[in-house]
Design a binder for this molecule. Sequence first.
Ligand SMILES: Cc1ncc(COP(=O)(O)O)c(C=O)c1O
Length: 334
Amino acid sequence: MTPQALRQQLNQLKPLALGEFPTPLASLPRLSAALGGPELWIKRDDLSGLGLGGNKIRKLRYLLAEALRHKANVVLTAGAQQSNHARQTAAAAASVGLRAVLVLRGEAPHSIPDGNYLLDHFFGAEVRWAGERLLSPALHAEAAHLRQAGARPYIIPYGGSNALGACGFVAGLVELVQQAAPRELLFDAIIVASSSGGTQAGLTVGAQLLSLPTRIIGISIDKPAATFRQQLATLATETAFLLNSPATFAPADFTVVDSYLGGGYGVVGELERQAIRLLARTEGLLTDPVYTGRALGGLVDLLEQGTFAADARLLFWHTGGSPSLFAYAEELLA
Ligand SMILES: Cc1ncc(COP(=O)(O)O)c(C=O)c1O
């Protein structure tokens, strides 16, 4: 399939024109030199525009389009207190005049709101705390409650990662190919932080449908590879189906590196601290403590292990997240 044909398929889903795309594609000469390694590039989805940007805007273009088609007047989603996804959902909802309800893990903090949670407040999002409950039942209970009160809720799944959301990253891959082709750039691998899976699944579907030889490598943030690969395969198959493609995916079609889970989700370690400092000091760019710092730390480690050929050309897909830097000051300076 050509990029133009795939773009046409995607356009049938009528995504909203949210955010600033294409995001910049730039080389990282000083980071490459500091690592004495292959040619490194970066895709700047941290600059996707709305509400301080990040990878979720791509998914929200498709999800909020559906919410509006369903005549919803409130969107709900769930996440951690410092969820980038929740903050971007709140910003995107505000930009199209929808109410946003965020179901966040745990209890209301006693400290002054900071990071993403502070920004949720500016976007006018209503926050509900899940307390002891798991996020998914808490989210559905909140939706039922809103329905009973006469509202028309639309649920955006955790991380925006269903087939429709993942189409945003099929579109991301098309965007990259159309940006790279005139510069005669072909990447051996794309390295990306992977958690709820929509980003990696969408990129992988895009690469498969365009017969691109580029490997998509997900650095798992919080899941063991064995179970996560199965989840990615199901999501990718559903995404291809939505795009009228008969392509199916198996766990073996996904490269997931789960060596950098450290102390668990959101636990900052030396890997993240060093990676954040390295990119900031070599290129003046920010990554975040939970996702991109961990993924970049993983990439640095893979390079040190000699995983890639010396003449490889690699792309780090920056998925955003830097607003949470401010909420992790203590851990980052430890
Ligand atoms: C900054 C950042 N990077 C990466 C991810 C992971 O993307 P996905 O959930 O699509 O796997 C997230 C998800 O919350 C994120 O906020």
